[in-house]
Structures are given as C-alpha cells and as structure tokens.
Write a protein that binds this ligand. Sequence first.
Ligand SMILES: Cc1cc2nc3c(=O)[nH]c(=O)nc-3n(C[C@H](O)[C@H](O)[C@H](O)COP(=O)(O)OP(=O)(O)OC[C@H]3O[C@@H](n4cnc5c(N)ncnc54)[C@H](O)[C@@H]3O)c2cc1C
Length: 403
Amino acid sequence: MPKAVIAGAGVAGSVAGIALRKAGWEVDVYEPYQRSAGLSQGAFLTVAVNGLDALRAVEADHVVRRLGFPTGNIRFLTGSGKDLGRMAIGPRLADGTVTRTVKRSDLYAALYDLAVERGVVFRHGARLLDSQRGSPRVQARFSDGTTANGDVLIGADGLHSEVRRRIDPAAPGPRYTGLRNVGARTRTDRLDVSAEATDGDYRMIWGRRCFFGYTVSPDGEIWWFANPHSGTEPTADQLLADGQAALRDRLIEQLRGDRGPAADIVAGTDGPILHSNQYDLPAVPQWHRNGMVIIGDAAHAVSPSTGQGVSLACEDAVTLALCLRDEINVDAALTRYAKVRRDRVDRVTAWGAKMGANKSVGPVGRVIRDLVLPHILARGSTPEAMRKQAWLFDHHIDWAYGA
Ligand SMILES: Cc1cc2nc3c(=O)[nH]c(=O)nc-3n(C[C@H](O)[C@H](O)[C@H](O)COP(=O)(O)OP(=O)(O)OC[C@H]3O[C@@H](n4cnc5c(N)ncnc54)[C@H](O)[C@@H]3O)c2cc1C
C-alpha cells in the first residue's frame, strides 16, 4: 500500500488523511502539539458551501452540518450607525445548505476524530525538521527523533510551513498585515443585541478605529471578532504577555466612539479572548518538488475576510488525494495537483486581498466606501450578481470522476 507522511494535524492535514485513506493509502500525520496549533487562530470560523462540497466527496460533510449553525448573510454597518446593506455569503443549495459558522475547536476535533476512525495514524510532539528524497521514497525527520519514509511528504503545516521552505528555500514567507485577530464568545442575556441579530446574519461594523463583527448563535451566545491595528508586529512572547484585561480595555477604548453594541459586547465578555497577529502570504510560486507538496495555508493564506481558508484547504486535500489515486506516479500526481488548483487559488486570493484592504481605509476612503458600498451591496445579492459569484461557491469535486 502506498504511504503518505503528512506534517500538520490542522484541517488540511486531517482532511488529506481522510481522503487518502479513501484512495487506499496508508497515512501517518505528524504534529508538534498535543492538539493543533491552528486551534489558537480564532474562536470560530465559517465553512462555505464549496468547503462542504469537498468534504461531501469523502463522506465528511456531516461533521460540519452537525456543528455550528447556518449564517447565510452579512449586514454591513458603519461606526456612525449607517446601514450599508446586506449581502449573501454564497448561495443556498438545493437542499437548503448555506455557509455554516462553527467553533474552531469543534471543527478541528471532529475532523481529527473522523480521520482516526478512518485509519489515519497521528503522532504528536513531532515537528518536521528536515526531509530528503531517496529513491524513490521521501524521508522526513522529526523533532522527537523519529524518521518516517513515505511515497509523498505532504506539508499541511500552516502559514509558517517548513515543507514550503524545503521545497523552495527562496519561497516567500508570511507578512504581518498590521492588524490583529481578536475574538471570543459571550452570552446575550446580559446584553441587548438579540433583537437585531438572531436571524443567522453576521453584523459587520466598519468602526472608525477598528473593524468588528458578530453573530448570535441559536442558543443565545454572541460570537464576535475584531481587527484592531497594532503597528509593529508583536512577538509570540509579547502576545502571551498581553494580559486579557489590558487587551479588553484597549479594544473597548478603540470601539467606544462607534455606534452599535461592539464596545458593550467586548466589555461583557468574561471568557477567554483569543488573539493572534494577522498575516498574509504572497503567491508561492512552487507548491511541489521531489515528492514533497504543500496544501492549505502552507501554500496560500487567503485573507480571513474571505471565510474561505478552511474551504480551500478541504478542496486542496481532496483534489490532491484524487491526483495521487489516479496518476501514474507521485511526480505526475503533484504536477497535476498544482495545475488543477493554481488558477482557482490565485483568483480567490486576489478577491480576498480586495476584501481585506477595505477593513483599514483612511477617512477619505471611508467616505467613498460609505457612498459606493450600498449600491454594490444592493446589486450584490441579485440573481445576476449571485451568478457572477458562482465561480467561488459552485466548485464541485466528484470522487468517482477524479480531479
Ligand atoms: C482569526 C482567523 C479567522 C479565520 N476565519 C476563517 C473563517 O471564518 N473561515 C475560513 O474558511 N477560514 C478562516 N480562517 C483561515 C483558516 O483558519 C485557515 O485557512 C485554515 O485553518 C488553514 O488550515 P491548515 O490546516 O492549512 O493550517 P493550520 O490550521 O494552521 O494547521 C497547521 C498545522 O501544522 C502544524 N505544524 C506547523 N509546523 C509544523 C511542522 N514543522 N511539522 C509538523 N506540523 C507542523 C501546526 O501545529 C498546525 O497544527 C481564519 C483565520 C484566522 C487567523
């Protein structure tokens, strides 16, 4: 049986494991942490219908359907209280499926458990340090002293990927965007926002100093995130040292001048507030070499504003498994994988970069945005506009047909 060695037990690694098991491969996944480092990148996330489609190809979509709740639309507001309009986050499928919002920890745990159930072996405490190609297998060396041999080494090791560097030492690395990702969940009964946000919509507020978004879960929790500016890039130690109280106070101070419930939601949050730096990743020219390949955030980090990172990771993972199943050898499979995925990934990334840029415009940009956006949004959910966005959400993977 051919064998895959995967670095990284996040969404991309777990789904690649599930898909490769279905394709008849033996799979070992190596992960530095007891769980996944990807868990600390936010409290919750959205899985779009194209991500659900990719999971359906490997009988894994039920885990997302069971978790979280439907969030089909976004309503945009300004810090001065102006309602800019409402936009659908993708289409409603024939069976009623729309984008779902799930707790990040639930999603990661459910995909991990399913992968174990399907025969994927996980090894924790093992960070990939080094790799080389013998003939014809790839050998990987890990921080716990183990080595592993496989027909392919898959880098599902996230934004700061080591496999990316092994493939191309000159590959671009992540760039700090000047924003932080901050998010948490809190209950609504202490705050009076339920009346405006119980319809499964997101409310996104372009505040004067900080972008803020929230939705209300069916059981009455407010799930919120914010993107405050933070000029210089805090180190991992500085992020750890930044106490919860200081983080909360600073955020409240940045949101206080805006209309709407943002500052009160943050003030009413007693639970842990997760925070991380926000990065983007310039286009990575080379995704594979010598039996090694990268998928998910290791290959392309789309802006969190797109709500597409997880969905693209699922598409990558399933497409790669199909290429490995159907092509004559690993090199041919990796070449095909890159060919099939490149245009789509570049298009989603470019679209996401535009959305992310809108979060941090200056005063002049704000005036233009507030004048123009209502017209764009009014047109944005018409059948005609939804047809134009079909390229993003209608992506379909047919397991029987292949990639
Ligand atoms: C705040 C925030 C909000 C977001 N919201 C959304 C959203 O709503 N919808 C959406 O679709 N996407 C969202 N994203 C993006 C999404 O989280 C990522 O695109 C997705 O999680 C990427 O999954 P991954 O498996 O590729 O990487 P990760 O989840 O980062 O997993 C990488 C794994 O590799 C491991 N690893 C690292 N180095 C090594 C090594 N050397 N050896 C072995 N293993 C290693 C790590 O420990 C980690 O477990 C958001 C991102 C952020 C930061």
